[in-house]
Design a protein around this ligand. Structure first.
Ligand code: ADP
Length: 432
């Protein structure tokens, strides 16, 4: 609304001027007459303002709005229009909030808004059921003080929310809750907890199935391999039969490798990562031992393996898991490298106290488009080639898993025809 001098104001000013002139003409006191008229005008204006102020103080309603003519009346109308607009907006916001409240109240998952110090700012009713957090009483409390679980405390402290956290609901031993933290502003995070009982049960059934099936197949397979090996030792044999037995033996050994890798993966998945925090592992001894094992293996093609240990530092972890990592990476270097091509293994400590294991080969290399996928299960760049070399496509998945359990970082760079460089860095806290 545009506020300009109204017609009533102009009329009133003209009348006042006329009255002043007449009064001056009659009395002959021009200045006094005009002053008296101006004073009267001022008092009238102030009284209008006082009425508007009183109306504002008492609370703006259309019914009690002062009926004032002229520009002051226009001000009243403008205030009423602004009030109507803000009323409409408030109502819309209230509706929106009510809908949001109803939705969060109905949610079976616990939702919390926490600040940078992890203090509860808001919680929905399910937070009480799942975590014992009272949406009214516990506002302002650090979430770690209410849900006393060291896993959550560690997760919040590490502030790495890329992977969700599985933990037990208070008062239960089953790890049936899943926590996701979603930062949505610099100040606030969404703390989202889902009951994963059904999903986890399904997942457990799947893992148990893979483990049991692999176990069940291992024994008969070992027997078959035994028979095939003793059969293949017979010298007098028809060539076709020999080829058949050798082929069957190859495939059985491949199956055995696959079962071993599947069992290793399910073991890693079914045990807590805290079980990887074992005694300090003598990496120098472990590297030497693994190098010898690779050199004695059937797929070794006489590539010179150079092992350079620039540090004696030990790694806090699980020696079996660490050996499987070293073995898998060196095995790959051997499998995908031509005979006589050198492979360099280096173990050293970095300036920041972390320790690095690197394996450099000069083999066929991996095209850049495959690199983001090679740690996925059963991902093989060249299925036929991997199969010929006895590969299962699970080796690097095992490596990735074990590294995660040892807080290590895996990096693989490669160039076709030049070679592959695998680097594993373990943080200082893991070194001793
Ligand atoms: P596999 O048992 O088939 O070797 P991995 O999970 O160990 O499975 O590796 C996945 C794929 O990555 C392999 O099939 C292979 O194509 C590729 N790869 C891994 N390491 C190397 C390497 N050092 N040189 C070339 N290719 C490699």
């Amino acid at each position: 609304m545009r506020l300009s001098l109204s017609w009533a104001d102009i009329q009133y000013a003209a009348l006042a001027l006329l009255a002043g002139l007449i009064l001056g003409l009659i009395s002959g006191y021009w200045a006094l007459s005009i002053g008296a008229i101006l004073f009267f005008h001022l008092i009238r204006l102030l009284s209008k303002l006082a009425r508007i102020r009183e109306w504002l103080v008492q609370g703006i309603t259309v019914e009690t709005s002062p009926d004032i003519p002229g520009s002051a009346g226009d001000i009243v109308k403008a205030i009423i229009a602004v009030k109507r607009d803000s009323d409409r907006q408030r109502k819309r916001l209230e509706e929106l909030l009510n809908r949001f409240d109803a939705a969060t109240d109905a949610m079976p998952d616990a939702m919390l808004i926490i600040d940078r110090q992890h203090r509860v700012e808001w919680a929905n009713p399910a937070a009480k059921q799942l975590l014992g957090i009272d949406p009214l009483r516990d506002v302002g409390q650090p979430v770690g003080n209410i849900v006393r679980d060291p896993l959550i405390a560690h997760y919040l402290q590490a502030a790495d929310y890329t992977e969700p956290l599985e933990f037990s609901s208070p008062g239960s031993v089953d790890r049936d809750l899943m926590l996701k933290i979603i930062p949505y502003s610099k100040q606030r995070h969404l703390f989202y907890v889902q009951d994963h009982k059904d999903l986890l049960r399904l997942e457990r059934v799947r893992k148990a199935f893979v483990t049991n099936a692999s176990h069940e197949m291992r024994t008969p397979l070992t027997v078959i391999i035994g028979y095939l090996e003793s059969l293949s030792e017979h010298e007098e044999m028809d060539l076709r039969v020999r080829l058949g037995i050798d082929g069957a033996l190859d495939q059985s050994l491949r199956l055995k490798n696959l079962l071993e890798d599947l069992l290793a993966l399910s073991k890693l998945e079914s045990t807590l990562s805290s079980q990887s925090v074992g005694a300090p592992v003598d990496m120098v001894a472990l590297l030497k031992e693994t190098k010898e094992l690779v050199e004695a293996s059937s797929h070794y093609k006489d590539q010179p393996l150079s092992l350079s240990c620039e540090t004696e530092v030990k790694l806090i972890g699980n020696d079996t898991e660490l050996q499987s990592v070293i073995r898998n990476v060196i095995d790959n270097a051997v499998k995908y490298t031509e005979p006589q091509t050198p492979i360099d293994i280096v173990w050293k400590q970095l300036a920041d106290g972390s320790a690095k294991l690197s394996i450099q080969d000069h083999g066929e290399g991996i095209a850049a488009r495959h690199l983001p996928h090679i740690t996925e299960r059963f991902y093989r760049v060249d299925k036929g080639r991997s199969r010929d070399t006895g590969g299962t496509g699970l080796g690097l998945s095992i490596v990735k898993h074990v590294l995660e359990r040892h807080s290590g970082k895996l990096q693989i760079s490669s160039e076709i025809g030049v070679g592959t460089y695998v680097e594993m860095v373990f943080p200082q806290e893991r070194c001793e």
